[in-house]
Write a protein that binds this ligand. Structure first.
Ligand SMILES: [Zn+2]
Ligand SMILES: [Zn+2]
Length: 174
């Protein structure tokens, strides 16, 4: 995945969390039956209410339905996922492999992350010409930098580099 697409992806996931008022998302192992909300039997194998097996709700399945989280319209494996917040409201979603992985590890798989890093390194240093727009930091302190056409240039993430150090990246090259 190209690094700018990855930044867009992270933003989409972030907005999904915000829109649904959830702070956590987790795929697989539904705590109760996804079909009817019933409880599992003591062994956790089947639903006491509708008889659905828990295994059928843990295993991913193929679907063309867009992912609830990132909206990916491509067909692929889907997982049941639960989202919750500190008021312990639980919401159910159907999410893609990428989002299931991201929900678990906070990144993409190794191969995709290598590509993100490689494209980030290859990227031409951006010629700062005074037309860059820096959005105010979101609650995690991330700041989106866009050019005068509104295209995403990069996302500053606190923790890695000091903001001013990071900005050096956009200085015109001599
Ligand atoms: Zn059930
Ligand atoms: Zn997704």
């Amino acid at each position: 995945m190209h690094y700018a697409d990855f930044a867009d992806y992270e933003q989409t996931v972030h907005e999904f969390h915000k829109d649904h008022g959830i702070t956590h998302l987790s795929a697989g192992n539904p705590p109760c039956c996804v079909q009817c909300g019933g409880s599992w039997d003591s062994m956790g194998n089947y639903c006491l209410k509708c008889g659905e097996t828990s295994e059928s709700q843990i295993e991913p399945w193929f679907s063309w339905t867009p992912c609830d989280c990132c909206g990916d319209p491509q067909g692929g494996n889907r997982h049941h996922a639960s989202g919750w917040n500190n008021r312990s409201d639980t919401h159910w979603f159907v999410i893609c492999e990428t989002c299931a992985y991201y929900a678990e590890y906070g990144c993409l798989d190794d191969l995709a992350m290598e590509e993100v890093e490689a494209t980030r390194e290859e990227a031409e240093p951006y010629e700062a010409d005074g037309d860059l727009e820096v959005a105010p930091p979101d609650e995690e302190g991330k700041m989106r930098v866009t050019d005068c056409h509104g295209n995403l240039v990069d996302v500053y993430e606190p923790g890695s580099l000091d903001w001013w150090e990071w900005l050096e990246h956009f200085k015109p090259q001599d």
